[in-house]
Every structure is written in C-alpha cells, then in structure tokens.
Design a protein around this ligand. Structure first.
Ligand code: BDR
Ligand code: CA
Length: 313
C-alpha cells in the first residue's frame, strides 16, 4: 500500500511534537504533505515556531509548515500554558529554527491541496482546536469529497473533561469549529481523553526514549518529563498522557486501537457544558453514527511503536 497522504493540523504542544515526530519517522505508512498550525495550547506565533523546531529536531527541514487561524471562529482564544509552559514546548532546550514558515495561509494551503487532489485521497490529522479545518469546510464545502478521513484528537466521554468539568481542551477552545467538523459527513476517527489517558509515559517508558541517545529520543524524554507534572498533580496518574500521538499511531497501527462507531455531537449553547462531546456510547438515541470513537489501546504496543520509530530519527 502506498503511504497515506496527510496534513497535520497542530498547536504544539509537547504531545503534538511527539505525534509529528512519529509521522515524520514513518515514511512507509505516512506521507506528510504539510503541517498547518493553529492557535491553541499557546498563541499562533509560538505554535508555528514550535512546529518548525520539531521538523528540525527530526532532521526534516524540507517539510512545509504553514501558519493558520490565530483565534477561534467566534470566541476569544483560551490557551494552556499551565500545562505546556510559556513556550508551549517547555522541557528541552531546542534551538531557534532556521527554517521559515511558508507564506501562504494554512487555510489557503489546505484548500489548494484538496482542490488538486483526487476524491478520497487526503487524510486530515487535527491535533488542536478545529478552527483551520472548519474554516476550510466553511469556505469550500465541496472539498469534503477529497478527504478520505479525519483522524483527530479531541473530546471525552468517560473521562468527561480536562479544561472544564465537561469539556476537553481542543473542543472547548473552538466548539463552533468542532460542530462544523462533526457535522461534515466526513469519515471521522476520534481520539478522546478516554483513550489518551491510557497512553501514559511511565518512568520506564521515558527511560526507553532517553536511552535511544539520539536528539529526538532525548528531547521527547525531556518534553514528557515537563508535561507530566500537570497530570501527576491533577489525576495522580503514572506519567504524561500522550494525547496527540494516538492520532499518528492510529495511521501506522490501527490494530492497536478499539472503539465504537457512534453518534457524537458538540455542545455549543450551554455555558455550563460548553464544548462537551455528547457521545452516544451506549446507543440510547436514534442519531446517526458519525464517528469511530476510540476507547482503548494496546499501550505496550503503542510505546514499542513510538520508541522504535523515534530511534530512526
Ligand atoms: C489536547 O489539548 C492539548 O493540551 C494537547 O496538545 C492535546 O491536543 C488534550 O486535551
Ligand atoms: Ca495538541
């Protein structure tokens, strides 16, 4: 099988960084057409800069990186420095990038790329708020046929919320954008907190990253060390959850994940539960299924894959 052509839409973020490194280290399965950045964990200027740093860390300075929307569709931006640090990528001391951003806006780039693509040929991989993707679908809804699948990190059902009691960060930041994507009719695979909170970097798994001894392995160990303090304090968990790498790992090894094909809708009206992913996990409504909502993964298989691939960089 030829590698899947993907566009990674991201707000790095340490876990976004690991997701990108995994994709760039997996050319047999994944062809990264471009990386588009969005405001989320930190403002756009920083997420874009971080994406460039990650490409250079991977030794892939030929990857094209685009800056996109600097705020949600209709709200003020909420950021997560309390999780990711001031730069969004606190932990390792990565050099300032020498690579430049592409001049084209990320939304224009996605529209251009899809316009030229065959039907069902491009996979979109959003790892942050869905603002860029929703803007594409608003401006050029006819391009939905070019997208074979959207595999995204966002939402929660059993784990409920991490930024509010009922909402996960990526969906909460831009619920109107998420609503557009979940109603788009495009084949969706969703990695909610229910699965990402099972992808925990234990001390032994982090040692395995560090022991690779290459710049990528050492930087990932430093990133997850920084990132884990938040989840240890909040959830008492064993280490940092690698949310976004679930998306790129799914592209390489879908067999590591299990879920249910169900209806998922986004709360956009109630201030109390804004951004909640209302997931009909138990099939108690007649609403049409619109997403493969993942609930579990083979965590050992996931970390073996990740470590093996980081070793290649
Ligand atoms: C999501 O929000 C961000 O903090 C992470 O990068 C991930 O995409 C987890 O809720
Ligand atoms: Ca992210």
């Amino acid at each position: 099988m030829p590698p899947r052509k993907i566009i990674i839409d991201t707000d790095p973020g340490q876990d976004d960084a690991v997701a990108i490194l995994l994709a760039l280290a997996s050319p047999e399965e994944i062809d990264v057409l471009g990386i588009t950045c969005v405001a989320g964990n930190v403002p756009l200027e920083l997420t874009s800069k971080n994406a460039l740093k990650i490409c250079e860390l991977a030794g892939k300075s030929d990857v094209k990186v685009y800056a996109g929307c600097d705020r949600p569709l209709g709200r003020a931006l909420v950021t997560a420095e309390h999780v990711h640090g001031k730069t969004g990528l606190d932990g390792p001391d990565l050099p300032d990038p020498t690579m430049q951003l592409q001049e084209q806006h990320a939304v224009e780039y996605i529209i251009d790329t899809l316009s030229r693509a065959e039907d069902n040929s491009v996979t979109l991989c959003p790892l942050g708020p869905l603002t860029n993707i929703a803007t594409v679908l608003q401006r050029a809804p006819e391009l939905a046929t070019k997208v074979t699948q959207i595999v995204l990190m966002g939402g929660a059902y059993f784990e409920v919320g991490n930024i509010t009691p009922t909402a996960e960060f990526n969906i909460y930041v831009d619920p109107e954008a998420a609503d557009i994507v979940f109603k788009s009719g495009i084949n969706l695979v969703v990695m909610p907190l229910d699965v990402t909170h099972k992808a925990l970097v234990t001390a032994a798994r982090n040692e395995a990253f560090r022991a690779l001894g290459n710049p990528a392995g050492i930087a990932v160990a430093q990133m997850t060390e920084f990132f884990e303090r938040f989840d240890r304090e909040k959830y008492g968990s064993d280490g940092a959850p690698l949310h976004d790498p679930c998306v790129t790992a799914y592209l390489v090894r879908p067999d590591l994940f299990t879920g249910r094909h169900i209806n998922v809708e986004i709360e956009t009206r109630s201030e109390l539960t804004m951004g909640m992913t209302v997931a009909d996990w138990w099939g108690v409504t007649n609403r049409t299924p619109n997403a493969l909502f993942i609930g579990d993964l083979n965590a050992d298989g996931f970390f073996t894959l990740l470590t093996d691939r980081l070793a290649r960089l």
